[in-house]
Each structure stands twice: as C-alpha cells, then as structure tokens.
Design a protein around this ligand. Sequence first.
Ligand code: FAD
Length: 325
Amino acid sequence: MLGPVILAASRSDRMRRLISAAPVTKQVVDRFIPGETVTDIVPIIEDLTAKGLELTMDVVGEDITTPEQATAARDAYLALIDHIEDLDLGPRVEMSVKLSMFGQALPSPATALNGEPSGLAPAFNGGHELALANVRPVVEAAAAIGTTVTLDAEDHTTLDSMFAIHEELRKDFPQTGCVIQAYLFRTEADARRLAAAGSRVRLVKGAYKEPAEVAHQNKHEIDKAYVRILKTLMEGDGYPMIGSHDPRLISIGQELARTAGRKLDEYEFQMLYGIRGDEHLRLAAEGHRMRVYTAYGTDWYGYFMRRLAEKPANLRFFLRSMVSK
Ligand code: FAD
C-alpha cells in the first residue's frame, strides 16, 4: 500500500524540497527523465527514432503558481518544436502536455484583476482560458511541422476543463489527442463519446490518487475497466493509443485490434521511457507503431514520484541508492 503514500508525497512541497535536494536522486531520476535541456534530449530523439520507435515528448512541470511560469512552459515547448523541425521527423515525434503547466489551475486574468469571474467560460474556474491561450500556439507550431499534441489527463477535478479545451482545439486542429484513465468511473462514457472518426485517444490506467467516489480502487477492477474501454475504442472510428506496460493488456489490445479488423497503422502502443525498453523494441520489430513517452526538463518531481508510486521496487531502489551513498 505504498503507492497512495508516495502519491500523497508527490503533492507535498516539503517532500519536494527534500527529495529534489538529495545528492543521489539525480542518477535515479535519469532512468525516467533522460535530460534537462533540449540539447540533452535531441540525441535521445535521434537514437530512439533510428531504432524504429516513435516519440511523444513531455517537458516536465505541473502545478505552477504564476502566469509567467505558464508562459515559460509554452515557450519551452515552442523551443522544443523548433529543434524537432530541424530533425524533419514529422508525426513520428509528437508532444504531450499537461494543462496544469499552462496555467489551468491559476485564477483567470479577469478574476485576478477584479475578483469577478471572467464570464468567458462560466462552467470553469481558474485558468481555463489561460491554459487554452497558452497551449494553442504549441498546437499550431506542432501542426506547422506536420505533427500534433496530446493533452495528458491529470487528476479528475481538471478533466471537464481538459475535455473542453480538447474540443476547442480540435475545431482547428482535429488531430489533437487526449488521454482517458481507466480507473475513473466516468471514462466508459467519455470513451463512447471520443470513439469517433478523426479522434486520437490514449487509454491509460491512471496515475493519480483518486477517491473511491470517482474511481475504482482495486487493481483487478481497473484492469477489467481498461479492457472494456479499449474494446469501445477499437470498435469505434477513432485512433486508439494503448498506453500501458502491462503484458496482459498488450496482448489483449492486439487481439481486440485484430477482432475489430484494424490494420497495424490504425492503432498504436505507447510506453514510458525507462520502462520495459526491450518490449518497446520487440513491438516495433513486429511491425507495431510503438511510441515512447519521453520526459525531460528540470521540474521532474511530480513525474518522478508517480513513477515510484507505480512500482514499489523503484522506491526500494531509490532508498537503497541513498543509503549506499
Ligand atoms: P501496471 O500494472 O502498473 O504495470 C505493468 C508492468 O509494467 C509492471 O509489472 C512493471 O513491470 C512495469 N511498470 C509499470 N510502471 C512501472 C514503473 N513506474 N517503473 C517500473 N516498471 C513499471 N497516467 C495519467 O494519469 N495520465 C496520463 O496522461 C498518463 N499518460 C501516460 C502515457 C503513457 C505513454 C503511459 C505508458 C502511461 C501514462 N500514464 C498516465 C500512467 C498510467 O496511468 C499508469 O500509471 C502507468 O502506465 C502504469 O500502469 P501500467 O498500465 O503500465 O500497468
């Protein structure tokens, strides 16, 4: 039951300061986040694509506290896209973004100025418009180099806003993807809505600490929901992206794709950098489209803690490395 404790720590500023400052942390972090700058990450993109893999790039960062940080996040993605353009890889390298990093949880500018709701999007509080305004240029820049952006799913309180931003972006950029999480009760309905022509949907189990009112808590129930939702996506008209390292779900995914009559380029697998790397190569060698979610940057704490929470052995390894230092 370590997972929920680690997830709670992933939201603690005190733990963030302690862990980020620990001298050995960096070498453990590198397994999952293989660079801090665009310059570090370009050779990794070249290496993975040369091996037949595709990528989705995440500039790590979330839970920002000022509009300036949201603008900096936008600019970091724009700089990344500039570098990717030079590599001329088109849709083989796309972006993944977390809207919290683009200002979604901040007070909207109008609210901050006069204490009144902005009136622009009455269904949402906070920085919904700010996140939309910051993410749009990133989606535009990605489209201009022939690739696209997927909106990651964060905790359940952010999802109505995420789906509304997704719908808005798709009016001009229909390729914009989004993520749905099998552990949430709402997701079966979201999947039915999203399994439509032209949509790109990544299905994952879900990585946040969610209450029993909104999410399955039992691993077996989550896996069963994952299969039901994947079946809906495979039988629909969209483009399913199977985001999992779970060997059982990967073979069920292959079987569901076959039964639905999908060709190899009508769905894809996605896994995280640093996790089951041999499996990335095996699936690509079998002719599957295999996309590696590759995170980089300096604000790695939240991303790293979720990777620890997913597998307690990672935490043991991390603690051992601190003790043996
Ligand atoms: P699990 O049952 O957790 O793992 C199956 C096996 O994979 C494990 O037995 C182990 O061998 C290996 N494994 C899994 N995780 C780890 C790890 N951290 N370290 C080492 N080995 C591991 N979640 C969100 O909530 N929102 C998102 O937007 C999101 N995007 C994602 C994008 C991609 C491409 C992927 C692959 C995952 C994403 N996730 C996201 C995380 C996801 O929700 C799960 O937390 C994570 O994928 C672990 O679940 P699993 O399906 O791999 O199955």
